[in-house]
Design a protein around this ligand. Structure first.
Ligand SMILES: Nc1ncnc2c1ncn2[C@@H]1O[C@H](COP(=O)(O)OP(=O)(O)OP(=O)(O)O)[C@@H](O)[C@H]1O
Ligand SMILES: O=P(O)(O)OC[C@H]1O[C@H](OP(=O)(O)OP(=O)(O)O)[C@H](O)[C@@H]1O
Ligand SMILES: [Mg+2]
Length: 285
């Protein structure tokens, strides 16, 4: 059987979580990333360790069948590469920033100005859409320093916490796009390999659903059961089991992990006790 070739970033911000998600879906990799490629022991997959910025070209050429990559890089260099699934990590924005003291009211303020960036295609498209003419300076790193050294009037780069902008005396003025790590596929992928990719997608789906959810168990007096069940936003209806202690039940359900803190006080106020919240590895609906 042929193996699906999947690219991950060799080192950098995507590496750890890319390897973690492969591990979580049961794909264990034989050898370390000192090699350019490694085979999985128990699944028809070969992992290629590459530069994030190089991956779109490898996908286009069909050198790899799929990849875990930053969405922003795909948008910049992607062409017709398909996003199979968003992966929920390495979230960031690609934004325009100008010196804090600069006057900025609209995109028109950038007309005739110099913009430093590593994302020229993304920037040019945004400028064209807004009918703005600006001169692009393409630089590959430390973009935020460009205004301070007189190289540019504005920059376009990745913003996450905003601390790099802050340290360089810049302010974010426009968001061009939002990005996260994604699973992407080559336009040249074969049917046979697409079947393997679909299995991976199915497993990732169940891992991501599990990460977003919690398994909740609690004890409740029987005369409060009905009220407590209406507070719980469960998947279906919760499981209710009698406790050894007369007049009490144990209630089990799955909830969105972000909802839990909103409802815990309500649950307690309605008589819930012994509340346990447990992680979920996988969730297949
Ligand atoms: N500060 C950040 N916070 C969150 N995500 C980020 C941040 N910086 C980058 N990212 C995301 O992670 C991806 C990889 O960033 P990283 O800096 O590791 O690599 P890169 O500079 O694109 O490098 P290379 O091509 O060398 O692999 C980016 O494309 C972006 O999607
Ligand atoms: O808003 P923040 O949380 O400060 O993050 C944004 C910064 O993070 C990235 O750089 P990175 O640290 O990846 O360094 P690099 O330029 O060497 O890739 C990006 O290029 C920004 O400079
Ligand atoms: Mg970076």
């Amino acid at each position: 059987m042929s193996k699906l070739k999947i690219a991950v970033q060799k080192s950098g911000r995507l590496y750890d979580e890319s390897m973690q998600i492969l591990k979580d879906i049961g794909i264990s990799i034989d050898n370390g990333k000192e090699q350019l490629k490694a085979s999985a022991k128990n699944f028809p997959v070969e992992v290629f360790y590459l530069r994030n910025g190089d991956i779109p070209q490898y996908l286009k050429d069909g050198v790899v069948d799929a990849a875990i990559i930053g969405e922003n890089v795909l948008i910049e260099k992607g062409g017709d590469i398909q996003i199979v699934q968003k992966l929920g990590f390495s979230s960031c924005k690609v934004s325009i920033a100008v010196p804090k003291s600069a006057k900025y009211t609209s995109m028109q303020d950038l007309d005739g100005k110099r913009i430093a960036t590593s994302y020229p295609n993304t920037v040019q498209q945004f400028l064209d859409k807004n009918n703005v003419n600006a001169q692009l300076h393409i630089i590959n790193g430390s973009v935020e320093i460009a205004p301070n050294i007189g190289l540019a009037d504005a920059i376009v780069d990745i913003v996450s916490s905003g601390s790099t902008l802050f340290k360089n005396g810049l302010k974010e003025v426009e968001v061009l796009l939002k990005s996260e790590a994604v699973l992407a596929s080559s336009p040249l992928i074969t049917e046979e390999k697409l079947a393997i990719l679909n299995t991976i997608k199915f497993r990732i789906d169940s891992v991501l659903k599990g990460r977003r959810s919690k398994y909740v168990l609690l004890n409740a007096p029987n005369d409060k059961l009905e009220e407590i069940i209406t507070i719980l936003p469960g998947m279906k209806s919760p499981t209710v089991l009698p406790l050894a202690q007369e007049g009490w039940s144990s209630v089990h359900t799955v909830i969105d992990k972000n909802k839990f803190w909103e409802i815990i006080d309500e649950l307690k106020a309605h008589g819930a006790e012994g509340i346990l919240v447990c992680p979920i590895d996988n969730m297949v609906l």
